[in-house]
Structures are given as structure tokens and as C-alpha cells.
Design a protein around this ligand. Structure first.
Ligand SMILES: [Mg+2]
Length: 257
């Protein structure tokens, strides 16, 4: 781990619980890590959600040098932001056209009917959220409480069914099961592996100097694409597990100085 230059993290269930703001201890740990290494966060979440969970809290603890080492890749790498002149500025953004958005909305509604899965009656927020560079279907809605989300599709069976139908209907897009109740639609070829390629290109760090931490590296998980990039991957159980690994690492590295 010591010879790695870029530490890449998934967000939900890796740095924090799903949709929850990162806690003070994680902020301290990441601030410590940024004194030594560059950090990228790549998530299925879009920028407003990343701002809420991470960027309204972590950068306050950082000086300008450490801020410049923090790289934010929302929507699985469909966009890249870094801190410049006091704000988060896009390096690139792959947006959907209005025609593409309407087609996705239509085909999702067809897939839900075909799947014959009963959708919950009460929706919290939007069921298909436009995240500029990604459209996200959330069965209970984008604002659903975590406790409800945990119980709706814990074995992923419901989403697996909808996912397999929608994949047939929208072969021109990449579609992946994500989070607790979601299915993400992205441009073809955009996944966390694409994000890693963009990191190499735009940050200028070799893959052999990258390490990735994620909770869903299993074959159907949204971190799985990273495995095929060949970079070192660490599977974590939850954010407390990530903390333990990073605390050990920082203790060793600080001890060496
Ligand atoms: Mg995750």
C-alpha cells in the first residue's frame, strides 16, 4: 500500500453508510491520508449528493495543497471535478441528450410492467432521477429512508429481474444494479473501470500506483468493473472496516517519518 500514489474509494458502504454524511473520524483519517497521498472518490452518486455526503465537510479540514490532491468522480466516472479557485470545477462531463433521457424513461416503465414486480405504492422523491451524466432508477424513490431501502430488495432479486429486461430494451446504454434499491443507466462503456482509465489520463498516475477500496467487488457488484483494470483492489465490509485499514496504514507511514 505504501508504494501506491492514488488511493481510490467507493463512497456508500466504503467511506460511509449509504447516503449518510461521512463522520468526523473518517474526515480525520482522509485528511491524514491526503498529507501523504492523492485521493479519488468514485461513486454512483451524482455531484449534489457527493457535495452533501463529503464535500461540505471534508475540504474544510484541508489546506489548498491537500484540496488539490482530492479528485471527485461522480456517476461512476461520467464526470470528473477538482477544486480550483474556490469551487469544484468539471474537468469533463458526459451528459445525456433530451432524446436519450425520454427513451430511457419510456423503456424503464415498459420493463417494470413486463417484470410483473409489484412496485411500492409510496414513493419518496423521484423514481427515475436525472443526474445529468446518469439516470438512476430507485424503486422507493431517491429520498427514501435507509431503513426502508434495506428491506425492499436485500437479495437483489427484484432488481435482477428488472435489470435483465431493461438491458434488452436499451442495448445502447450500460445498465447496472447499484446501492440498495437502484439501477443506474450510463453511457456505454462508462463504469468504474472507465473512471480508472480517466484517472490515469487526467491525473497522470499509472495504474500500478493506484489502489481501490470498495464494498461491492463481487461479480454483480458496482465495484466489480474495477477488478478488470488490473489495479490492486481491497474489498471492505463497511466504512468501519475501511477506517481500520487506513488507520493501520497511517500509523505505519507516520512511524516511518
Ligand atoms: Mg458501495
Amino acid at each position: 500500500m505504501k508504494n501506491k500514489e492514488l488511493f481510490i474509494f467507493d463512497l456508500d458502504d466504503t467511506l460511509t453508510e449509504s447516503k449518510v454524511v461521512i463522520d468526523d473520524e473518517m474526515v480525520d483519517i482522509l485528511a491524514g491520508l491526503l498529507s501523504h497521498k492523492q485521493v479519488a472518490i468514485i461513486s454512483g452518486a451524482w455531484l449534489p449528493q457527493l457535495k452533501l455526503q463529503v464535500l461540505e465537510k471534508l475540504p474544510q479540514r484541508l489546506d489548498d495543497i491537500r484540496k488539490s490532491r482530492l479528485h471527485i468522480f461522480p456517476t461512476s466516472g461520467a464526470a470528473f471535478y477538482r477544486f480550483e479557485n474556490g469551487d469544484w470545477c468539471p474537468v469533463y462531463e458526459l451528459r445525456f441528450t433530451d432524446e436519450e433521457k425520454s427513451e430511457i424513461v419510456e423503456k424503464f416503465s415498459d420493463a417494470i410492467s413486463k417484470s410483473e414486480i409489484e412496485m411500492p405504492g409510496q414513493i419518496y422523491g423521484e423514481r427515475l432521477q436525472d443526474r445529468d451524466t446518469q439516470l438512476t432508477f430507485s424503486a422507493l424513490g431517491s429520498e427514501a429512508p435507509l431503513e426502508l431501502k434495506k428491506t425492499w430488495d436485500p437479495d437483489r432479486q427484484k432488481r435482477t429481474k428488472v435489470h435483465s429486461i431493461v438491458k434488452e430494451l436499451l442495448p445502447q446504454f450500460d445498465i447496472a444494479i447499484a446501492g440498495k434499491t437502484s439501477i443506474d443507466v450510463l453511457r456505454k462503456g462508462v463504469d468504474k473501470a472507465f473512471g480508472v482509465e480517466m484517472m490515469e489520463k487526467h491525473i497522470g498516475i499509472l495504474k500500478s500506483e493506484m489502489i481501490f477500496f470498495g464494498d461491492a467487488l463481487f461479480e454483480t457488484g458496482n465495484d466489480f468493473p474495477v477488478v478488470k483494470t488490473g489495479i490492486e483492489c481491497v474489498e471492505v465490509k463497511d466504512h468501519e472496516h475501511t477506517k481500520r485499514i487506513l488507520k493501520d496504514f497511517l500509523q505505519n507511514i507516520d512511524g516511518d517519518i
